[in-house]
Design a protein around this ligand. Structure first.
Ligand SMILES: Nc1ncnc2c1ncn2[C@@H]1O[C@H](COP(=O)(O)OP(=O)(O)OP(=O)(O)O)[C@@H](O)[C@H]1O
Ligand SMILES: [Mg+2]
Length: 176
């Protein structure tokens, strides 16, 4: 199956659920992530769109628990950078309708423990299909060693047998 075909298929799956149903389906997934972040100090998350596993409340919980949280901000047609999340009132709508922090960019010497990576589909080997712009592949590919733990986050219906990949696709360590 082509990447584009798999994206179309996953979009069809998603349309079978209301946004409220997707929010409900998100809760057990977030509960599965929580124990994996217990030891983490610095976490890169994503601020979910309506059709993604809902992270909004969870991100505030991480902040309240004393974690340092960064979110992506799209700065060009190719690049996203990370900016510190300090609360929902510091978010502004950015490219693709995604809410982005207006806070400080992540310092170059910051050490990230965990990255929550959204995806359109994942397979059991951690292969990931994104939305097709390559933002995450470029960002994850640019990370220096030691690499943070990469956790792929998706609804169960987004877990597929085989995700088609190319050499520049970055895989995740675990799919939740
Ligand atoms: N490290 C990279 N350097 C240069 N181009 C890249 C890199 N990674 C991906 N690309 C390019 O980006 C485009 C989109 O890649 P791909 O279809 O894998 O996106 P995706 O993984 O679905 O999206 P995203 O990463 O934004 O979630 C492709 O043309 C691919 O060649
Ligand atoms: Mg890719």
């Amino acid at each position: 199956m082509l990447k584009s075909e798999l994206r179309t298929l996953v979009r069809q799956y998603k349309r079978q659920f209301t946004q409220q149903q997707l929010c409900g389906l998100s809760l057990p997934i977030i509960d599965r992530i929580k124990p994996l972040l217990r030891e983490a100090h610095t976490i890169v998350a994503y601020y979910s769109l309506a059709d993604e596993v809902d992270t909004h409340r969870f991100i505030d919980e991480l902040l309240a628990a004393g974690k340092t949280v960064y979110l992506p901000r799209v700065v060009s047609a190719e690049e996203m950078v990370l900016c510190r999340y300090t609360g929902a009132d510091s978010l502004r709508q950015g490219a693709y309708g995604i809410m982005e922090p207006i806070g400080e960019p992540m310092p170059a010497d910051e050490s990230i423990d965990v990255i929550l990576v959204p995806g359109m589909a994942f397979d059991a080997q951690g292969h990931r299909l994104g939305r097709g712009k390559g933002y995450y592949d470029r960002f994850l590919g640019s990370l220096s060693q030691p690499c943070p733990q990469l956790i792929g986050v998706c609804f169960d219906f987004q877990k597929v047998e085989i995700v088609p990949t190319e050499p520049c696709d970055v895989s995740v360590d675990v799919v939740i």
